[in-house]
Design a protein around this ligand. Structure first.
Ligand code: ACO
Length: 351
């Protein structure tokens, strides 16, 4: 049986580590609130000018080294992001150029927090149908462009001015979202190989009903022109989120789709050796774990150190899990995620 195998993984983060206490200098929040509600302790932001494709490039190079594969061997790129360098073109082609590759196909997918899982499904189909032989799958994000503040130098510990009280009040308007996100990129190198190990199956879903519970109101072609001064003055370029609604959806849909993918493969949920869930909120993942009755030893979380890096969370967690010995050859690994759209899904892999 031909199965798609992950040969190597790697990730990079933004250059600046920012703790919850650092964020207190920018808005009305606290380390305690952020930890208790989300589990996040710190995140990384890029230096201005470092883009999503730069993070994708760094992650790709590490994944290539880990896989023992040369960049020239890549014959297909799949790039998942919701924070592309430009409105268009997408990141896949830009990364192809940055890697110095020939005109190989490069596909962009935009399933937000479920981007890497959709990416795995598409990659698996391309590999097993023979349309690609060595595929680079990337999930990368620069969320810091969404942040409402301008006092970056102060945040990074420089001499720049601190926010005024008015600026702090503006920054605080978005605090339920801004404290959650970080900048990072993750990558995997995949090949189809004969045998029992590799990606076993997928269950993915989309439901656009209620998409406004998590979306960017402006900067889209539903309005003319697609971006205005007023949008910026009102903060309509920053994602809007009904946090409670998203939380409820996540704790319902994620266990459901894990059960579905296990049932489709004929394996009991209890046979999962490691659950790698999208890292949106530690409380969500703890509830998913309880619903699935999995012990701590079978669940991997690292949101504490990186925050929510959207399409990058799963490859980062997989890389850390592999390199710390939490994933052993033959283990049954389950990936699961839910995000804006709404899109959600799960994948099973025999490591
Ligand atoms: N610091 C301090 N106080 C805050 C902060 C903050 N950063 N943010 C909100 N608060 C306050 C609110 O103003 C509110 O105060 P009030 O009671 O005086 O009005 C109180 O805390 C509770 O606010 P809620 O927004 O109701 O807090 P909630 O318990 O719902 O937690 C959270 C918010 C953490 C965002 C949670 O709802 C959540 O994690 N939701 C899911 C997020 C998610 O998974 N997103 C999807 C992934 S992203 C993607 O797909 C792109």
């Amino acid at each position: 049986m031909l199965r798609s195998r992950i040969l190597g993984t790697g990730f990079v983060t933004g250059q600046h580590r920012v703790t919850n206490d650092d964020l207190v200098r920018m808005m009305d929040t606290s380390d305690q609130w952020i930890r208790e509600r989300s589990g996040v302790e710190q995140r990384y932001y890029v230096e201005e000018g470092t883009t999503t494709t730069d993070l994708g490039l760094g992650a790709a190079r590490k994944a290539l080294e880990d896989a023992g594969v040369k960049a020239e061997e890549i014959d297909y790129i799949v790039f998942a992001t919701m924070t592309p360098d430009h409105y268009f073109p997408g990141c896949g082609g830009i990364l192809q150029d940055k890697l110095g590759l020939g005109p190989i196909p490069a596909l962009d997918i935009r399933q937000q927090c479920t981007g890497f899982i959709y990416g795995l499904q598409v990659s698996d189909a391309l590999l097993r149908s023979g349309q690609a032989r060595t595929l680079l799958l990337v999930g990368a994000e620069v969320h810091s462009g969404f942040m409402p503040w301008t006092q970056w130098d102060h945040l990074f510990g420089g001499e720049g001015p601190a926010p005024t009280e008015t600026e702090k009040a503006w920054n605080s308007r978005f605090r339920d979202r801004t404290v959650l996100f970080g900048d990072a990129g993750g990558a995997a190198i995949l090949r189809a190989v004969d045998g029992d190990r590799g990606l076993l199956g997928f269950k993915v879903h989309s439901d656009g009903n209620g998409f406004e519970s998590l979306y960017v109101p402006s900067c889209g072609f539903a309005q003319r022109p697609y971006v205005t001064d007023k949008d910026f003055l009102e903060g309509r370029h920053i994602p809007e989120m009904n946090g409670k609604q998203v939380f409820k959806l996540a704790v319902t849909r994620m266990p459901e789709v894990v059960r579905e993918v296990c049932a489709a493969q004929g394996v009991p949920v209890q046979d999962i050796d490691l659950l790698i869930a999208h890292q949106a909120n530690l409380r969500i993942n703890e509830m998913v774990q309880r619903a699935l009755e999995l012990p701590d030893s079978k669940v991997f979380n690292n949101i504490q150190r990186y925050g929510n890096t959207t399409a990058a969370t799963i490859p980062i967690a997989l890389d850390e899990a592999r390199k710390s010995g939490r994933v052993k050859d033959g283990d049954l690994v389950c990936f699961v995620g839910l995000g804006a759209g709404f899109h959600w899904g799960a994948a099973l892999m025999r490591a």
